[in-house]
Design a protein. Structure first.
Length: 566
């Protein structure tokens, strides 16, 4: 194919009356200052929509405009173009043609980029125009460094055999950034950030090393033959986290911070001695994306309005409950973000501090030196706070201080590990707290879980299987047969899983006279019965089923959540 035609995008848009001459001059001035491409400047300034610009280029150049989100990409074919050049020239190999390759470009008028790509790929190229945002998303997704990780692992093993580096010298500030173990970890963290990984598990086996990554609550595994590099990885991570590299018999924990792809990442490290060596779990906390507003959580509108009203009360205890990884901290911080005003003094007591907020006094507990939840809470009450967040009520002493703080004019937010809202207040009593104290302080309890979202790009109607149909008939009765459900077929956008992202499932229990009376009498059966009959109360399973009926999640996800609760 001949090189692309030279086109002056600005003049073309003015000629078609899509932008004005004044807008073009403004964009040209911005382009001169920033050095960015004119098309990108016009889009970012809001002068033209990206789809409109690309469709115009498609017609003018007589090349197709391809929507990557609905196109089945072949990862092996895509990686014919090295990632460095794909990013530099905003290009991607889309399809193998009988006489060459179909190449998508964000700017098909870039003649220099075209010439370089012909030289690199060494095949005839036919061009297509694609959205730059989609292109970058798929580059992040497809150029996973599986082969690179294995290659680096082998290199680390060879260096260890040759004593090429001293682990004691690989401190976080050692400057040995070209050491294979350092590059292996860098690649591991880069891939994790791109894939939105929440946890990395490094687990030595008898003759291999397993690296597992948790994405949307599900673990994905990669096995490496280089079993002997586990010690080098663990030692390096311990140094970064300030842990003791000589202690391999006892569990340890620590934390460190990274900047990866312009994102600030906090990493929590936990080690555990196992039969085959030390196992490590890394929890990744993205400081840039961990802050949500309440209306971004996915709460049903009626529940959101009630919850918002509750957290604006001047005092009382509000609990958020659920298992580890159910999004409790995100919900609490969304509430804090809304309450965080210059007129309010907010203090948090956490283990660890997961998301940093401006204007909020955040305290990290340190049990080894006696700085536990109870001690910090006592001091907190002398610092004139309006709102206190307690990371978790773990024992009776912490619970009693939190309850008494809520009685003396403070709003207290905290978490508990319980199955549902109805059992949370009773759990406080089981800890040894006085029933009258619990009854007079608890304002509301939110229970929550996370379910995976169906990928919107490959969502199709799905017929529930026999067991799902039986469950649906029990939950919906005759309505089950009239409902339409969906599932993801699997596409390149969701890495062929059928799911992309997660959404919260919630239930809210607000204290009323019946519930308070049952608490005072420590009447467990009466409390649970009154909770379920409360106006406006909807169990978690009901909210999950509603999401399935709306096509947000699958029947399997809703059924799994309901089964967990039984």
């Amino acid at each position: 194919m001949a090189p692309p035609k030279r086109i002056r995008i600005g003049d073309l848009l003015v000629e078609h009356k899509i932008i004005s001459e004044a807008q073009l001059q403004t964009a040209l001035a911005d382009q001169k200052k920033s050095g960015r491409k004119l098309g990108r400047v016009l889009i970012e300034n809001g002068f033209v929509k990206e789809d409109m610009l690309l469709e115009l280029l498609s017609r003018q150049l007589s090349i197709p405009f391809i929507d990557l989100t609905s196109f089945e990409l072949n990862p092996e074919l895509v990686q014919k173009l090295p990632e460095t050049y794909a990013r530099r020239y905003r290009a991607m190999v889309i399809k193998q043609l009988p006489d060459g390759l179909l190449l998508g470009m964000g700017d098909p008028t870039d003649i220099f980029a075209y010439d370089e790509l012909v030289r690199i790929l060494k095949q005839p190229l036919q061009l297509a125009v694609i959205k730059e945002s989609d292109l970058l998303h798929f580059i992040d997704q497809i150029y996973q460094h599986g082969a690179q990780l294995k290659s680096l692992a082998t290199e680390v093993g060879q260096d260890m055999a040759e004593n090429a580096f001293d682990l004691g010298q690989l401190g976080v500030d050692s400057g040995q950034t070209d050491a294979p173990v350092v590059r292996l970890l860098q690649t591991l963290f880069e891939d994790a950030v791109r894939a939105n990984v929440s946890d990395i598990h490094i687990e030595p086996d008898e003759d291999s090393l397993r690296i597992r990554r948790r994405i949307d609550g599900v673990l994905y595994e990669q096995v490496m033959d280089e079993r002997r590099i586990a010690g080098a990885l663990v030692s390096r991570l311990k140094l970064m986290a300030g842990a003791d590299i000589s202690e391999k018999r006892m569990p340890q924990d620590g934390r460190f911070s990274l900047r990866v792809h312009d994102k600030n990442i906090d990493v929590r490290l936990a080690t555990m001695p196992t039969q085959n060596g030390e196992s490590v779990v890394l929890r990744l906390l993205n400081q840039d994306s961990g802050r949500y507003a309440l209306d971004q959580l996915g709460m049903p509108k009626a529940l959101l309005e009630r919850f918002r009203r509750i957290v604006h009360r001047p005092h009382g205890l509000v609990l958020v409950t659920g298992p580890t990884g159910s999004g409790k901290t995100t919900t609490l911080y969304a509430a804090l973000s809304e309450l965080n005003k210059p007129q309010k003094k907010i203090i948090t007591v956490e283990d660890p501090v997961e998301i940093r907020l401006p204007r909020v006094n955040q305290v990290q507990v340190h049990t080894k030196i006696g700085l536990d939840f109870a001690r910090v809470l006592r001091t907190t009450l002398r610092l004139d706070p309006d709102i206190i967040l307690v990371g978790e009520i773990r024992d009776a002493e912490t619970g009693e201080i939190a309850l008494r703080a809520s009685m003396t004019g403070h709003l207290v937010l905290s978490t508990l590990h319980t199955n549902d809202a109805a059992s949370s207040a009773l759990r406080l009593i089981d800890m040894g707290l006085e029933p009258y104290l619990v009854a007079s302080t608890v304002q509301a309890i939110v229970a929550q879980r996370l379910v995976r979202r169906v990928c919107e790009k490959c969502r199709t109607e799905a017929v529930p299987d026999v067991s799902q149909q039986a469950w649906l008939r029990g939950a919906l009765g005759d309505e089950a047969a009239q409902s339409t459900f969906y599932a993801g077929a699997g596409c390149s956008s969701c890495n062929h899983t059928g799911f992309r992202g997660r959404i919260g499932v919630y239930e809210l229990l607000e204290m009323d006279e019946k519930l308070i009376d049952c608490l005072r009498r420590n009447d467990q059966g009466g409390f649970e019965k009154a909770a379920r009959s409360q106006t406006g109360y909807r169990p978690l399973a009901q909210h999950a089923l509603e999401l399935a009926r709306n096509g947000v999640t699958t029947v399997g996800e809703a059924m799994s959540l309901a089964g967990w609760l039984e």
